[in-house]
Design a binder for this molecule. Structure first.
Ligand code: ATP
Length: 881
């Protein structure tokens, strides 16, 4: 027997699961251990040894190793071994950096891995999809990706988009009844859900019958495209730049070698020096450090509750100039409480806070509970998916807070689960943000049928023919106006409004969706408050200072939206609120003409969001767009930074996004932007540091050769400098804190090159000075003691290292070195201190003196070194450039 031929009870029995309670946690754990995780077979991991060896595959490093080998064979053991060791240490550093980046990327992947909604020990919980086992009872709702193969046990208007498996992009309706047929292809198994396919509408429950490679998707897993390596635009740009720098470094090195040979230096000596210089000057470590800086930044973002799904978003975040944010849940708490209810002719005020069910209904300060009010709340409870559950001793809502609010209000009227137990749902037309309404067809215990529709008042009014005003009667235009006025009054107080209507249906009949939602009888309108999140007002103000415009997008009534936007100080006095209906009538051009002055989009559907993104982009903006539903995905994808909600978001929205907000909070977007700006600045900082250091190294050699001097630095020294500068200090710059004014600058233009804002000038000017002061140290010492080349080289070596270690502090700001407190970045202080200590060891430790051709220096020498090495930094500290 196939799963689709079995009845649901038979399936459950076969798989040993209770359809009410699901599996126990213990049983699930046993099964997971026995059958393995619910994953498709992974790509093969590259072995660590290979990753390590990869560090040495660089052409110049190979030439250096070969040259060292030759010099070793010629008898220069110490030099050869020292160079080998330095190259090896460099390799280790590269290896660890790569591992670190790899690990944090893997962690990221895990954090953004999909979740499944399963019932364990009688409770619905969200678990990582990989922990789903055969027999698990599972819940699927519109927007979810199916985590395993499932035999359906319940379905409410459930439709699946199965193109991932079958190639067919039209949604397929699903049902529960067994299929009494022989061999069926997956696309015909209408009571089965398959791993990797997408729920596009409705909801359902089912039992997992296959996981991992034992799924229909597992059978074709070998056909699946392998995950691509993610490279960000910046990494790409740097890789390109790296190639150019290699050519420049090689040409300059060649130049140094040729002049050296021309000036009479032995060819062999110049060759080794040249290769060492090339290895030192080529910024081969740059892409790895960029990845490390990006991933470290990403780690910091995780602490702030923002998960980056695409590394490229980190860079784009720094350029964001508009944030289009959902209102409900992102700017507000999404904790709704019904405060007012209007039934034609009567106003009621509802007391009680939050989800506390203590409260009562007042009309003109008199506690009341008329029949019509009670029916409205009863119907609101029937047309409802949420449930009230105890969380940590407090009552909370499982499901949509809007619906939860109605349940809480109904409790205040004495309506409980028992009250509604005798009603059965025959059919449901689910809520979505496009329709702005939901409808259920109900049958009571006497077989009477009626339907209930609840939704946005304007949407319902258009489908209303009757009202109840003491008794049921036709709605006149005066009634409609009164209701609209009531809605406007509620909305003006920032209340979200939901109307409830009913319609009786002949028993036994199941009319189509259209007739169910036609000629309704309107019972009334509820108004619920959803307080703004505390931190959002500050975050919006901070964005404003940072040149970023915040735009509210909501399905709510324009007046509700306006009231909340004003409360959040998002809407300036002359700012405009645009409604979905107006938006529909505008072309993209017309919209982009006015969009700069629009701050709130109300009563919009997800389709409008795409138009909004495009209009802003047309104006040259870099747009961040939030979303949570299936229909939000196209806009999320089209925006420059797609943002989805970790809690309330659907899988589809998450997959389309590049940033996931774990707490669904607007303020988190602001933190992520701040971090994004900082990461980019930190990358610029260490590019500046590394390249200026390299320029200094090449120039000192070049100048010395041009002046017919001996080599100011020997190969081991050059390599050592490279090791120390490329290592800890550069990494520490990647960990630098943002500058105070990072959120007071305009967004960075996405067109801006790496060297813009004077970075190129800084690299060359500082590099030039570092080279010059090193040369001066060398020449001074050499002139004093022409016989003691070792002394002069030690002086040059110490000055070069010190100049770089001082210059690193200058790299922390685009402004003067004095603008920042050096003690603020303790990593950097530590890195510089340990590099200095290493320098002292190399200078004063006897055995290493042999290796590095160094010697003891006197206090006088140190005074000169300190004075010279401070020049490149201090001199520019007083200028603006
Ligand atoms: P955003 O999250 O973008 O701010 P929203 O939550 O304000 O959007 P929707 O959820 O699309 O927007 O709601 C739009 C309107 O639909 C609401 O103003 C309300 O009148 C109605 N509505 C919301 N939720 C429900 C529901 N569960 N059932 C019936 N109607 C609803």
């Amino acid at each position: 027997m196939k799963w689709y031929q079995l009845k649901t009870e038979e399936t459950a029995q076969k798989l040993g699961v209770d359809l009410e309670k699901g599996l126990t946690n213990q049983e699930a754990e046993n099964r997971r251990r026995k059958m393995g995780a619910n994953v498709l077979e992974d790509e093969k991991q590259t072995s660590l040894l290979l990753v390590f060896l990869k560090q040495f595959q660089d052409f110049m490093v190979l030439v250096l190793l070969a040259a060292t080998l030759v010099s070793g064979l010629l008898g220069e053991y110490i030099d050869a071994i020292a160079i080998m060791i330095i190259v090896l240490i460099n390799g280790f550093i590269g290896f660890f950096q790569e591992q670190r980046a790899e690990k944090s990327l893997a962690k990221l992947k895990e954090l953004s891995a999909p979740l499944a909604h399963v019932k364990r020990d009688g409770e619905w919980v969200k678990i990582p999809s990989k922990d789903v086992v055969v027999g698990d009872l599972i819940k699927i709702a519109s927007g979810d990706r199916v985590p395993a193969d499932v035999r359906l046990t319940k379905a409410g208007s459930l439709e699946l988009e199965e193109s991932a498996l079958t190639g067919e992009s039209l949604p397929v309706a699903k049902m529960v009844a067994p299929l009494d047929q022989g061999q069926l292809e997956p696309q015909d198994q209408h009571n089965m859900l398959f791993m990797g396919t997408l729920a596009s509408r409705g909801s359902g429950e089912g039992v997992v019958v296959g996981t991992g490679m034992n799924t229909a998707m597992g059978q074709i897993a070998s056909l699946l495209v392998k995950t691509e390596q993610m490279t960000t635009p910046l990494e790409k740009k740097l890789a390109e730049l790296g190639k150019l720098l290699i050519v420049i470094a090689l040409l300059l090195t060649l130049f140094v070698v040729l002049i050296g040979v021309y000036q009479g230096h032995p060819l062999y000596q110049m060759f080794l020096a040249g290769v060492s210089l090339a290895v030192a000057a080529i910024p081969e470590g740059l892409p790895a450090i960029v990845t490390v800086a990006l991933s470290l930044g990403v780690q910091r973002m995780i602490k702030r509750k923002a998960i980056v799904r695409k590394l490229s978003a980190v860079e784009t975040l720094g350029s964001a100039s508009v944030i289009c944010s959902d209102k409900t849940g992102t700017m507000t708490e999404n904790q709704m409480t019904v405060k007012e209810i209007f039934t034609p002719g009567n106003w009621y005020h509802v007391t009680g806070e939050g989800y506390d069910t203590n409260g009562a209904f007042y009309e003109d300060n008199r506690e009341v509970l008329p029949d019509q009010l009670r029916s409205l709340l009863l119907y609101g409870t029937l047309c409802n998916h949420a449930s009230l559950i105890k969380k940590k001793g407090k009552l909370g809502v499982d499901g949509d807070p809007t619906e939860g609010a109605i349940l809480v209000a109904a409790r205040k009227a004495g309506i409980t689960d028992e009250t509604v137990a005798s009603f059965k749902i025959i059919k449901e037309v689910p809520f979505d943000s496009d329709r702005k309404r939901m409808t259920v067809l109900i049958e009571d215990d006497k077989g009477n049928r009626f339907s209930i529709t609840k939704g946005a008042p304007d949407v319902l009014l258009a489908r209303t023919a009757f009202i109840v005003d003491g008794q049921r009667r036709a709605m006149k235009s005066a009634d409609q106006m009164k209701i609209e006025q009531a809605v406007a009054r509620m909305a003006g107080k920032a209340l979200r409004t939901i109307a409830i209507g009913v319609k009786s249906v002949p028993s036994g009949q199941t009319p189509d969706d259209f007739s169910l939602e036609k000629d309704l009888t309107l019972l009334g309108v509820t108004g619920m408050i959803d307080p703004p999140r505390k931190e959002v007002r500050g975050a919006i103000a901070e964005c404003q200072q940072a040149g970023i415009k915040t735009v509210m997008i909501t399905g709510d009534h324009a007046l509700t939206a306006r009231a909340i936007a004003q409360d959040l100080r998002l809407l300036p006095a002359n700012g405009q609120v645009l409604e979905g209906s107006q938006l529909s009538n505008m072309t993209e051009e017309q919209l982009s003409d006015v969009i700069e002055n629009v701050y709130v989009f109300a009563r919009v559907t997800p389709e409008h969001k795409l138009k909004i993104v495009k209009a802003f982009q047309k104006k040259g903006h870099v747009v961040a767009m939030t979303g949570d539903g299936v229909n939000d995905a196209p806009a999320i994808k089209a925006s420059d930074i797609g943002i989805s909600m970790g809690n309330s978001g659907t899988d589809v929205a998450k997959e389309a996004s590049s940033l996931v907000l774990l707490d669904d909070n607007f303020a988190t977007i602001k933190s992520a932007i701040k971090e994004g700006r900082n990461i980019y600045e930190n990358i610029r900082k260490f590019i500046r540091y590394l390249l200026a250091s390299n320029v200094g190294e090449i120039l000192v050699m070049l100048f010395a050769m041009l002046l017919a001097l001996p080599l100011p630095l020997i190969p081991v020294q050059i390599l050592w400098v490279n090791l120390v500068t490329d290592g800890l200090p550069a990494m520490a710059l990647g960990l630098d804190q943002p500058e105070q004014d990072v959120m007071r600058r305009k967004p960075r233009s996405p067109k801006e090159g790496i060297f813009s804002r004077g970075l190129g000038f800084k690299i060359i000017s500082r590099g030039l000075l570092i080279g010059l002061v090193t040369l001066v140290a060398f020449m001074t010492a050499y002139q004093d003691n022409p016989d003691n080349l070792r002394y002069a080289q030690t002086m040059a070596f110490a000055t070069l290292v010190m100049a770089q270690l001082i210059h690193v502090f200058d790299c922390r700001s685009d402004r003067s070195v004095f603008s920042r407190n050096p003690l603020q970045n303790l990593y950097l202080v530590g890195a510089v201190a340990s590099s200095m200590l290493l320098l002292l060891v190399v200078l004063y430790f006897d055995p290493l003196q042999e290796v590095f051709h160094t010697m003891d220096l006197s206090l006088k020498d140190w005074l000169l070194i300190t004075a010279l090495s401070a020049i490149p930094t201090v001199m520019f500290g007083f200028s603006k450039k």
